[in-house]
Design a protein around this ligand. Structure first.
Ligand SMILES: Cc1cc2nc3c(=O)[nH]c(=O)nc-3n(C[C@H](O)[C@H](O)[C@H](O)COP(=O)(O)OP(=O)(O)OC[C@H]3O[C@@H](n4cnc5c(N)ncnc54)[C@H](O)[C@@H]3O)c2cc1C
Ligand SMILES: *[C@@H]1O[C@H](CO)[C@@H](O)[C@H](O)[C@H]1NC(C)=O
Ligand SMILES: *[C@@H]1O[C@H](CO)[C@@H](O)[C@H](O)[C@H]1NC(C)=O
Ligand SMILES: *[C@@H]1O[C@H](CO)[C@@H](O)[C@H](O)[C@H]1NC(C)=O
Ligand SMILES: *[C@@H]1O[C@H](CO)[C@@H](O)[C@H](O)[C@H]1NC(C)=O
Ligand SMILES: *[C@@H]1O[C@H](CO)[C@@H](O)[C@H](O)[C@H]1NC(C)=O
Ligand SMILES: *[C@@H]1O[C@H](CO)[C@@H](O)[C@H](O)[C@H]1NC(C)=O
Ligand SMILES: *[C@@H]1O[C@H](CO)[C@@H](O)[C@H](O)[C@H]1NC(C)=O
Ligand SMILES: *[C@@H]1O[C@H](CO)[C@@H](O)[C@H](O)[C@H]1NC(C)=O
Ligand SMILES: *[C@@H]1O[C@H](CO)[C@@H](O)[C@H](O)[C@H]1NC(C)=O
Length: 566
């Protein structure tokens, strides 16, 4: 075993099968034999794992275990349940409902939309050997980090996954290059956001990351459209922090990409979509001297309050967002049929008093309308303490809703806040949730040329996200609701933001014209880079650059095929 664990070198290359045929699917004659899988397992030091759905613990004909099953059922909605599984996804629509944890004991349990195998990677050699194997056998490849992606980009029927979860190293470096000299942290691909915050704080720094503690920094967060979160208004988007990537390309080459070397690859990885150009093993990001931070949380209920008065407060809140984010704060809030919850606003660098001023218009309007509310505002000597106190309120559920979103430009908020509020009110009145995230990254626009983040993100006041409820007991209803998102809910926002954009990590997976909406003017350049570093198109993910060339329908068996063959 020790021998296996240390076996982590040597490169295997082989020819790809091009992209004129469907990927080989389990059960087909082209699928590797048991002997071939064993041989591959040996080359990766025994790190190959066959995927067994977690929920099979609840199946009489599976791995039935009453206690494990009960445990899983009660924790299924928490991200933590899925993080250390090799093939679970937090986006339930993409499982094909094939092994539903909430279904009866005798319901079927198959892999459905989940990957068949995964390599529990510990080094770039594991990535290279996996790339060589999928190329030789024409197998679908998936890059999986935490499994958070709402659009199921880290799962896939009949796929072999590279699993990056255990690449957990973190190291402070003095980064020196013609374009940047200063403190930085080199992160393994599996490092999660809260882990990165804790490490930076221990060394007297603060870094940029998301609100969610368990999302990965180097994967979908930084690569998938930019990444927003607590430090973003002050320091720039997640993608703006990227200094250097270590990456294995679609041909199995190990490359360093930064602003001097393989610049095009660096540019594409910094915001142009996860799981598309290569498999990142490490990312080096800028860090900043730690700062005092304040954070505010606010909630008020719908029940017991006049509906017009409630939405008038929302109107005032939205109008105040540009000044809140321009001052360096990040805000994340939910409006559900039961009320409004700001969870929270983070203001790194701002004192309690500075932050209170930013909330005055909203609090005043609540008081004038006689609406009861809870408002807490605290100041902390460093960022991580403020994050722990205000952002990490557990337990938090995931997998409860399906998202679709639109970036709302500042000029629309200034000109037509009334119409925006009307749309949000209508969507919530139908029983859906509204989620907003506000950052101001125009002030960091000087790094734009070094990232491929869609230019619209710099002009946005906030991202408006709609969430339809996910019904764990009725898969068909969820498909209908996904279509309602695409056909009815989002078009209301598209109407008021013509030629607008959406943040890739919160978008509708069926977004029409996704190339323009998610990538804007950068799409054609990104497609050329994808073709350069992945000439045989071994990377595929829904809404990823180049994904329009492939077709996969889980309901119809899940094979991934070139569009030309459909
Ligand atoms: C509960 C929740 C809260 C969230 N909060 C925020 C937030 O505050 N701010 C924000 O910006 N986003 C947020 N997101 C969105 C999040 O950024 C995306 O879901 C993101 O895709 C997750 O990335 P991951 O690497 O953790 O997950 P995964 O699902 O494992 O991967 C996502 C994508 O990245 C690719 N990928 C992962 N690792 C690598 C790698 N090493 N090399 C190449 N490709 C890779 C995968 O192939 C896939 O395409 C949240 C999502 C959830 C579910
Ligand atoms: C790979 O090898 C290891 C070590 O021998 C073993 O534990 C594991 O089950 C193997 N994986 C598969 C899919 O057979
Ligand atoms: C998804 O489910 C449908 C209906 O049960 C089935 O026909 C199809 O083969 C499944 N797809 C996969 C990838 O298992
Ligand atoms: C994956 O590898 C890590 C060590 O890198 C180990 O701790 C973990 O248990 C492995 N996971 C599985 C499911 O084998
Ligand atoms: C903060 O505001 C309060 C009330 O307005 C005031 O009493 C206090 O002195 C202020 N604190 C600082 C540090 O300015
Ligand atoms: C304020 O918080 C308390 C304690 O959590 C809760 O009982 C109360 O309902 C909240 N009030 C409002 C108006 O949200
Ligand atoms: C989380 O999900 C559980 C189980 O469905 C539910 O009881 C609980 O209310 C949810 N919590 C939140 C905050 O939505
Ligand atoms: C952008 O430029 C300004 C002024 O030159 C500088 O202060 C700031 O640090 C730069 N921002 C980033 C993110 O590099
Ligand atoms: C606001 O948007 C609505 C719907 O798009 C439009 O009819 C109206 O003219 C807009 N108002 C302003 C002031 O732009
Ligand atoms: C949207 O884009 C199209 C095509 O580029 C252009 O003709 C149209 O004028 C644009 N509309 C707005 C409102 O900017």
């Amino acid at each position: 075993m020790l021998l296996f664990a240390t076996l982590c070198n040597a490169t295997l290359m082989s020819q790809g099968n091009g992209s004129t045929e469907c990927r080989c699917f389990p059960g087909e004659v082209c699928w590797p034999s048991a002997t071939q899988w064993d041989a591959f397992n040996h080359t990766v030091g025994g790190k190959l794992i066959r995927n067994v759905p977690l929920a099979s613990a609840c199946r009489k004909d599976g791995n039935y275990d009453a206690e494990a099953c009960e445990n899983l059922r009660s924790t299924w909605l928490y991200p933590e349940t899925h993080l250390s599984s090799i093939g679970s996804t937090m986006a339930p629509l993409f499982t094909n409902d094939s092994c539903n944890i909430f279904a009866p004991d005798d319901a079927p349990c198959t892999l459905g939309g989940l990957v068949s195998f995964a390599v529990n990677a510990t080094c770039t050699a594991d990535f290279q050997k996996t790339v060589a194997f999928v190329r030789r056998h024409n197998i679908r490849l998936v890059v999986r980090n935490t499994g958070h992606d709402y659009n199921g980009k880290s799962t896939g029927a009949g796929a072999l996954a590279i699993w990056t979860h255990y690449l957990k190293t973190q190291e402070v470096v003095d980064y020196q290059s013609p374009s940047y000299t200063g403190k930085a942290v080199k992160l393994g691909a599996g490092v999660e956001i809260a882990e990165s915050y804790a490490f930076a704080q221990q060394h007297g720094f603060v870094n940029v990351g998301g609100d969610c503690p368990t999302v990965g920094v180097a994967g979908g967060y930084t690569q998938g459209g930019g990444g927003h979160g607590p430090g973003v208004s002050k320091f720039g988007l997640g993608a703006d922090q990227a200094l250097e990537w270590e990456v294995v390309t679609g041909t199995g080459e190990v490359l360093i990409a930064n602003r001097e070397k393989n610049q095009d690859l660096h540019w594409a990885l910094a915001g142009g979509g996860g799981g598309t150009y290569g498999i990142v093993s490490s990312l080096t990001i800028k860090v900043y001297p730690d700062v005092k931070s304040s954070a505010a949380s606010l909630s008020f209920a719908s029940k017991g309050n006049d509906d017009d008065a409630f939405w008038d407060v929302v109107h005032i809140w939205q109008a105040s967002l540009p000044s809140i984010s321009r001052s360096g704060c990040f805000a994340i809030w939910v409006i559900s049929p039961s009320g409004f919850e700001l969870v929270p606003a983070n203001c790194p660098g701002l004192s309690k008093n500075d932050t209170r001023k930013l909330f005055e218009p909203t609090l005043k309007s609540l008081e004038q309308s006689n609406i009861q509310y809870n408002f807490t505002l605290d100041e902390f000597p460093n960022f991580y303490d403020s994050y722990k106190e205000h952002n990490m309120m557990f337990p938090k559920n995931v997998s409860q809703s399906q998202l679709g979103s639109r970036l709302i430009p500042k000029d629309i908020v200034a000109r037509n806040n009334t119409e925006l509020v009307k749309i949000f009110r209508h969507v919530v009145s139908l029983g859906n949730d509204f989620l907003g995230t506000a950052v101001d990254v125009l002030q960091h626009a000087n790094v734009t040329e070094h990232t491929s983040v869609a230019p619209h993100r710099r002009q946005a006041a906030f991202s408006a996200i709609f969430g339809t409820n996910y019904d764990q007991k009725n898969y068909g209803v969820n498909i209908a609701r996904a279509n309602e998102m695409t056909d009815k809910l989002l078009p209301m926002l598209e109407g008021i933001t013509p030629n607008g954009s959406a943040y890739m990590n919160e978008c509708d997976f069926q977004q029409p014209n996704f190339q323009q909406v998610l990538y804007g003017v950068n799409y054609d350049a990104l497609l050329k880079i994808e073709d350069k570093y992945d000439p045989d198109q071994i990377f595929y993910a829904i809404t990823a650059v180049g994904s329009e060339r492939w077709y996969s329908n889980e309901e119809q068996g899940g094979r991934l095929c070139p569009v030309s063959t459909v």
